[in-house]
Design a binder for this molecule. Structure first.
Ligand code: AMP
Ligand code: FE
Ligand code: FE
Ligand code: ZN
Length: 289
């Protein structure tokens, strides 16, 4: 069983549509793939409808969170699986974060324009199509201007990595864990040691989150060194959490491939068994696939 529990589509900052994503997952010989777009469930229906025979879909999302107890607060990502996508409180929280992302993108465009870089918000919004807007869409505008060759280059410190990076209003991470659990979902801390994305939170916070109902830690991720993977696994064992592995696939916006890191089948079974908000999806026999 090959299980990849973290992938993005055009519903956020991936480059494959949800239907293309599940087709690519089957082509990558995955048995299970999770669709985890940033702050949205918009890709679930299309991914489910396009499921190839033999592939199981874990509907999910990656929530933009922040630990507000420190100054300045530290941003972090929470993977949420198999929650009820109609849970009113969670739906409202996701909408709020998406709106905060739009405001931030507008302000980033203003900063760029103030420095004489002629990008527009309409253009950036257009790269996100109808999906959750993020810095990779601003990156597309910079690439069009010849200011970066690739998305990764656009994340250099003098561009979106630091200079034009603005904070957005994220969900309080403890609130987010509660919302996911109240919606019957399972929460896993995404790439908790990804230091090259910025500051990471101390293990003490992870212990507090475990006490608050966090289910797992993403240990195997391309942004973690072998030492960081081992540390996260050890911490998970210590705190009674599961340890997952996943690609965080973003299509052409990143170089990582589907299935680059995978999750142990037993861990996947534990996640699926713990969730009560939504079922894993399989293709319906008799439909075209
Ligand atoms: P945002 O959520 O708008 O702050 O943008 C963060 C997103 O940008 C992440 O989810 C990744 O998809 C992407 N990203 C972050 N760092 C890099 C990088 N160095 N190269 C390519 N994409 C990146
Ligand atoms: Fe992303
Ligand atoms: Fe992430
Ligand atoms: Zn991700």
């Amino acid at each position: 069983m090959r299980i990849d529990l973290h992938a993005h589509s055009t519903a956020s900052d991936g480059t494959l549509t949800p239907a293309e994503l599940v087709a690519a997952a089957a082509a990558a010989r995955l048995d299970v793939v999770a669709i985890t777009d940033h702050d949205t469930t918009a890709g679930w229906a299309a991914a489910t409808a396009a499921l190839p025979a033999g592939l199981t879909l874990v509907p999910g999302a990656e929530l933009s969170c922040r630990w507000y107890a420190v100054d300045p607060p530290i941003p972090l990502h929470l993977l949420a699986y198999l929650f009820d996508p109609t849970s009113a409180e969670l739906v409202a929280a996701l909408a709020q974060v998406r709106q905060a992302r739009e405001h931030r993108a507008e302000r980033m465009v203003e900063l760029l324009r103030a420095d004489g870089i002629d990008v527009t918000y309409a253009e950036v919004r257009g790269y996100a199509a109808g999906g959750t807007v993020g810095r990779p869409h601003v990156a597309q505008a910079l690439i069009r201007r010849g200011l970066a060759g690739t998305v990764a280059e656009a994340f250099a410190p003098q561009l979106l990595g630091e200079r034009y990076r603005l904070p957005k209003e994220d969900l309080d991470v403890f609130t987010a864990v509660r919302l996911v659990r109240d919606a019957g979902g399972v929460a896993v801390f995404a790439h908790p040691r990804a230091t090259r994305r910025g500051r990471v939170v101390p293990d003490e916070l992870i212990a507090q989150l475990a006490a608050a109902g966090l289910f797992g830690l993403e240990a195997d991720h391309s942004d973690h060194t072998p030492q960081e993977r081992a540390h996260v696994r050890g911490l998970a064992a210590e705190l009674g959490l599961v340890a997952t592995g996943s690609s965080d696939f973003h299509g052409a916006n990143k170089t990582v491939q589907l299935g680059a890191d995978t999750t142990d089948p037993q861990v996947y079974e534990q996640i699926a068994a713990a969730a009560t908000g939504y079922a894993v999806q399989r293709s319906v026999p008799g439909t075209l696939s």
